[in-house]
Design a protein around this ligand. Structure first.
Ligand code: FBP
Length: 551
């Protein structure tokens, strides 16, 4: 068989639901609070979302729901990067829908938002659903990064929904996809189309969070997966005592993943991009700081260690961020001329005249391989793809130079053998942890209940996630509550505010209080592989971030 023993076992796992969602679905109803406000720019948002702005928060309570039992067809979209638990969101919607009325249908739009625009969908039946319960990945219907944002795309989506008699669309995505979900909800409402839109908070990056969304799904499993690997590397480093491991961690811009992994594994170094930015550190200062730890450990005879580097770091170093935006600008405006320059030397010479003095200096100080990456890798919008810049290797190279220099000056007499790693994709499709399996199932189940109450422009949310699942508080929050106006591509747009690591937040403070000790001593901790079965303390714990935030 092509099924692993664990996959078979996970099929049989019954995700835990909060107490209020247990029992008959006809006995769950919505309690609505007071009207709400956006976090800022209320007047603009109110006019942009004339039909969906300021709705009340919804909480589920026991009580009769006369609307449960109606036949409704729902379509679901997986949007953006994979995150463990997506299949369980779909399972939650599916089970809620079928319990409510077995005649109702769930459609999956194929390949992300493109599916709804191009009328490309599949009906999810028992057999299809059962083959994906409690598994990682988004392969049940696929995902995509197409944006659903123009009037024409909304019209196409409306046509698809009408054709299949779909009266509810669930968008499982990150901040941008949920922003687009809010705009789609408003469009449908303005047209009186009778189609509701509900979002579910997804991303391993953990940056879709706020007062109401305690964490995005996938963050738990991804960070546990990376922490397992980091712990294993720490064990190896501590056994061989001869390597420094530089590990870049996925997470686009925010450093939540790095911070969580540091709290789980207590490495010698973990750079937090938000701190580098706040302290306006130069690349040289970052390098000096890393070198300093290596020197201090060498003085104690410890020529090994582990350093965690968030993938977004490079853009957060103010001088490199400035260089990148100048490069984007110059290369876009002189694209033809630039592509006629064939060697790095010619490109450098030209750039020296084009770049500001500071940026030109920063650029020349970078190793050749990084200079090449900065000049070559452009996405379709003309931006550097920062996640493809090998920051871990950049640091190894620059720290190596610094230490060699210090050796000459007799300030360092240890050894520095470094290895580079990048952990990213290996964490995005793991079997969801019990936390993510339960959380996602609850999000999906809640999304269905919100829809059965005809609520639209909401995001499914679950509070009190630090507690056992039966004590979780599920409900829905209007998306407009989480929005503000931000400049995007030159004009002001309504967007859900992205959450970066807060330097006065409890998780960062917990890390900052201990990092000096972790740096010099060897304080590694070894979380081991995600456990799906066993005592609560090994298989049902939320992240350290969540525990600190909710303490
Ligand atoms: P989402 O925000 O769409 O969930 O994506 C998260 C992420 O894994 C980032 O951490 C990473 O930078 C990016 O996707 C990689 O994108 P791609 O899968 O297109 O290579």
């Amino acid at each position: 068989s092509t099924l692993s023993p664990l996959q078979k076992a996970r099929y049989a796992y019954q995700p835990k639901l909060p107490a209020v969602l247990q029992g008959d679905i006809k006995d769950i109803t919505c309690e609505l609070g007071e009207p709400t406000q956006a976090i800022s720019d209320q007047e603009e948002l109110k006019s942009l979302f004339a039909n969906t702005y300021g709705n009340p928060i919804a909480r589920f309570v026991k009580g009769n729901n006369p609307k449960a039992g109606e036949k409704i067809n729902i379509g679901v979209i997986l949007s953006g990067g994979q995150a463990p638990g997506g299949h369980n969101v779909i399972a939650g919607i599916f089970d809620g829908l079928k319990k409510s009325n077995p005649e109702s249908k769930l459609y999956g739009f194929l390949g992300g938002p493109a599916g709804i625009m191009k009328d490309n969908l599949v009906e999810i039946d028992d057999e299809l659903m059962d083959a994906y319960r409690n598994t990682g990945g988004f392969d049940i219907i696929g995902s995509g990064r197409d944006k659903l944002e123009t009037e024409a795309q909304f019209e196409q989506s409306l046509a698809t929904c009408k054709k299949h008699d779909i009266s509810g669309v669930v968008i499982i995505g990150g901040d941008d996809s949920n922003t687009n979900g809010a705009v789609l909800a408003e469009y449908f409402a303005a047209k009186d189309a009778g189609i509701t839109v509900i979002g579910c908070p997804k991303t391993i990056d953990g940056d879709l969070k706020n007062e109401y969304i305690e964490t995005s799904f996938g963050f738990d499993t991804a960070t546990k997966t990376y922490s397992e690997l980091i712990g294993n590397i720490e064990k190896d480093a501590n056994s061989a005592k001869k390597y420094w491991h530089f590990i870049k961690l996925m997470g686009r811009s925010a450093s939540h993943i790095g911070l969580e992994c540091a709290l789980q594994t207590q490495p010698n170094i973990c750079i937090i991009s938000e701190e580098v930015e706040a302290k306006k550190m130069t690349l040289k200062q970052v390098v000096d700081q890393v070198a300093d730890v290596i020197v201090k450990r060498a003085e104690k005879g410890l020529n090994f260690g582990v350093a965690l580097i968030p993938e977004g770091l490079i853009e957060f170093i103010p001088e490199v961020g400035a260089l990148i935006s100048e490069l984007n600008d110059k290369m876009a405006h002189h694209a033809d001329y630039f592509s006629s320059l064939k060697t790095l030397e010619d490109q450098q010479e030209w750039l020296n005249q084009q770049l500001s003095k500071d940026s030109s200096y920063v650029f020349s100080a970078l190793p050749r391989s990084i200079q090449e990456q900065l000049l070559m890798d452009r996405d379709p919008h003309g931006n550097v793809q920062v996640s493809r810049i090998e920051t871990e290797k950049l640091l190894i190279e620059m720290v190596g130079h610094k230490l060699a220099q210090m050796k000459l000056e007799k300030k360092f007499n240890g050894s520095f053998n470094a290895l580079a790693h990048f952990f990213g994709y290996e964490g995005r499709c793991a079997f969801p942890s019990n936390f993510d399996a339960d959380y996602c199932y609850t999000l999906g189940y809640s999304a269905f209940i919100l829809m059965s109450h005809k609520l639209t422009g909401y995001i499914s949310n679950v509070a009190s996630l630090q507690k056992p699942a039966d004590q979780w508080v599920p409900g829905g929050c209007p998306l407009t509550m989480m929005m503000n106006m931000e400049r995007r591509h030159g004009s002001m747009k309504p967007v859900i505010k992205k959450a970066l690591v807060e330097l006065d937040g409890a998780p960062f403070k917990a890390f900052a209080a201990q990092r000096d000790q972790w740096a010099i001593e060897t304080s590694f901790t070894f979380p081991g592989a995600i456990q799906y079965y066993g005592p609560d303390e090994v298989c049902n714990q939320p992240t350290e971030t969540l525990k600190h935030e909710k303490a």
